[in-house]
Design a protein around this ligand. Structure first.
Ligand code: ADP
Ligand code: ASP
Ligand code: MG
Length: 440
C-alpha cells in the first residue's frame, strides 16, 4: 500500500544536474526508484558552477556583500535545479513538486552562509508523498527560526539537507549521487590508482571530510552518525556498488590506513610575541569561535626567550581568513599578525591506527624522502595531518598513497579475491508545517 512503501532520499550534486541531459538523467533515476514502488524525496544542488557564479556576481557589486542578501542570492541556484527537474519528471508521466528549503521545513539557526539545521518540520513533504508525488527539495538552504530569513548551510551543504530529511522521514538510507563512483582511498582526480572503498565507518569518514575529502560534507556525516542514517555514496552517471558509510561495528574490518586526504583550502595565521599568561589563548580562540571561525590545527610552544613571549600559529578555512584577522586585530593584544595563504595539508586516516604505533613516523619519513618540508603536525587517534607547501600537495598525496599500499593493485596483490572489505548492506515532526511561502 502506498502509505507503507519505503521512503528513499536521493541527493544529486552539481555536476549531476549541470546540463539539461543531466537533469533528465537524474529525473530518470528518480522515476526509476518510484517505479520500484518507493516513495521518493530528491534533494538537488545548484547546476554545475552556479554557486560560484552567484558568489562572483555578489563580489562584482560589493566588496563585502551582506550575509543575509548573500543567502537570498545563493539559495536561488538549487531552486532552479528543482523546478527544472520537476518539469522533466512530469514529462515522464509522474507527479512531482519542487520545494524550497523553507517550504520543506528545514529550520536553521541564524548564522548566514554557514547555518546549522535545528529542526526538520517535514509535514509538507509527507503530505506530498501521501498524494503520490515525487518531492524535490532545494538543497543547501533553510530558514532561520528566529529571523525567518533564508539561510544557507555552507559549501557542500546539500549533502546535509539530504541526510537531515532522511533522518526526519525515517528513511533506511540516504543515497548521495555524485560525479565519482563513491568514496576512494584518495581523491581519484589526484591519484590515478585510488581504490573505491566498499565501506567506511562514520568515524573515518568524519576525519576524511574534516581533512578535505569533499565528496561528503562534514556536517552531513556528523548528522548521519548522530542519527544512525547509513549513507550510500554512488555515481549518478553509471551503475555500481558505491560506498556505504556506516557505524564502526557494521564495517567489520579495521585497516591500518584507509585513505589519504588533502586540502588546499586553508590558510595559516601566526601571532608573534604572545604574552605567556593565563587567559590569553581563551580570549583569542573564544573571540574566533564567537565569530563562527572554525580553527583546525593550533601550535604554541612554552616560550624560552627572556621576555616570555610565544608564537602561536593556527589554521583556518581560507574563506574565514579575513574574519579571523579582523577579529584578532580587534582584540588589541599587541602581537604581530602574519598570514599565509599558500599552505596545503595532507592527512592519512585509518581506524586501525589507534592500536599501531609507528604510522606517524612512516608518514614523516615518506615526506622527508620526497624532500617535502613539514610545517605543522596534528594528530587524532585515527588521523595524522601535516601542513606543507601547497605546491607539494599532489606529490605528497601520491607518495603516501603508494607507501601505505592503498591502491587497487597493491590490495589485489595482498588479497587475490580483490574483496579486501566485505560488502554489508545496511540495514518527529516539529509540528509546524513547512510554510507555503518562504518565511522571509
Ligand atoms: P557534488 O557536486 O556531487 O556534491 P563534490 O564536488 O562536492 O560533488 O564532491 C565530489 C568530488 O570529491 C569528486 O569529484 C572528487 O574529486 C572529490 N574527492 C576528494 N576526495 C575524494 C575521495 N577520497 N573520494 C572520492 N572523491 C573525492
Ligand atoms: N551548491 C552548493 C555548493 O556549491 C551546495 C552543494 O552543492 O551542496 O556548495
Ligand atoms: Mg558536494
Amino acid at each position: 500500500m502506498q502509505a507503507e512503501s519505503e521512503i528513499v532520499v536521493m541527493k544529486f550534486g552539481g555536476t549531476s544536474v549541470a546540463g539539461s541531459d543531466d537533469i533528465r538523467r537524474a529525473a530518470g533515476r528518480i522515476v526509476g526508484a518510484r517505479r520500484e514502488g518507493k516513495r521518493v524525496v530528491a534533494v538537488l544542488s545548484a547546476r554545475g558552477q552556479t554557486t560560484d557564479e552567484l558568489l562572483g556576481m555578489a563580489y562584482e557589486v560589493s566588496d563585502r556583500p551582506l550575509a543575509r542578501e548573500m543567502d537570498m542570492l545563493l539559495s536561488t541556484g538549487e531552486r532552479i535545479s528543482c523546478a527544472l527537474c520537476a518539469m522533466a519528471i512530469h514529462d515522464m508521466g509522474h507527479n512531482a513538486i519542487s520545494l524550497t528549503g523553507s517550504q520543506a521545513g528545514i529550520v536553521t539557526d541564524s548564522s548566514h552562509t554557514k547555518a546549522r539545521i535545528l529542526d526538520v518540520r517535514a509535514k509538507r513533504i509527507r503530505e506530498a508523498l501521501t498524494d503520490d508525488r515525487i518531492v524535490l527539495v532545494a538543497g543547501f538552504q533553510g530558514v532561520s527560526g528566529d529571523s525567518r530569513d533564508v539561510t544557507t548551510l555552507g559549501r557542500g551543504g546539500s549533502d546535509t539537507t539530504a541526510v537531515a530529511i532522511a533522518a526526519a522521514l525515517g528513511a533506511e538510507v540516504c543515497e548521495i549521487y555524485t560525479d565519482v563512483r563513491g568514496v576512494f582511498s584518495a581523491d581519484p582526480r589526484l591519484v590515478a590508482e585510488a581504490r573505491l572503498l566498499k565501506m567506511v565507518s562514520f568515524e573515518e569518514m568524519l576525519e576524511m571530510a574534516a581533512s578535505g575529502a569533499k565528496v561528503l560534507q562534514l556536517r552531513a556525516v556528523e548528522y548521519a552518525r548522530n542519527n544512525g542514517i547509513p549513507i550510500h555514496c554512488r555515481s549518478s552517471f553509471e551503475e555500481g556498488p558505491g560506498t556505504f558509510v556506516l557505524s564502526e561495528e557494521e564495517t567489520m574490518e579495521r585497516p591500518l590506513v584507509t585513505a589519504v586526504t588533502h586540502s588546499e583550502q586553508e590558510a595559516r595565521v601566526t601571532l608573534t610575541g604572545v604574552r605567556d599568561e593565563p587567559g590569553i589563548a581563551g580570549r583569542i580562540f573564544g573571540a574566533l569561535a564567537e565569530s563562527n571561525v572554525n580553527v583546525d590545527m593550533i601550535i604554541q610552544n612554552e616560550p624560552i626567550s627572556e621576555d616570555h613571549k610565544a608564537d602561536l600559529s593556527f589554521t583556518v578555512g581560507r574563506e574565514d581568513l579575513p574574519t579571523a584577522t579582523e577579529v584578532l586585530a580587534g582584540l588589541d593584544l599587541g602581537e604581530r599578525i602574519l598570514t599565509d595563504e599558500r599552505i596545503g595539508k595532507v592527512s592519512i586516516v585509518g581506524a586501525g591506527m589507534r592500536s599501531h604505533p609507528g604510522v606517524a613516523a612512516k608518514v614523516f619519513q615518506v615526506l622527508g624522502d620526497n624532500r617535502i618540508n613539514i610545517e605543522m603536525i596534528s594528530t587524532s587517534p585515527i588521523k595524522i595531518s601535516c601542513v606543507i607547501d601547497a605546491a607539494d600537495v599532489p606529490g605528497a598525496v601520491n607518495a603516501l598513497h603508494q607507501a601505505f599500499e592503498l591502491g587497487e593493485d597493491a590490495v589485489r596483490r595482498e588479497d587475490p579475491t580483490g574483496d579486501h572489505r566485505p560488502i554489508i548492506e545496511p540495514g518527529g515532526d516539529g509540528g509546524e508545517p513547512g510554510d507555503e511561502r518562504d518565511a522571509a
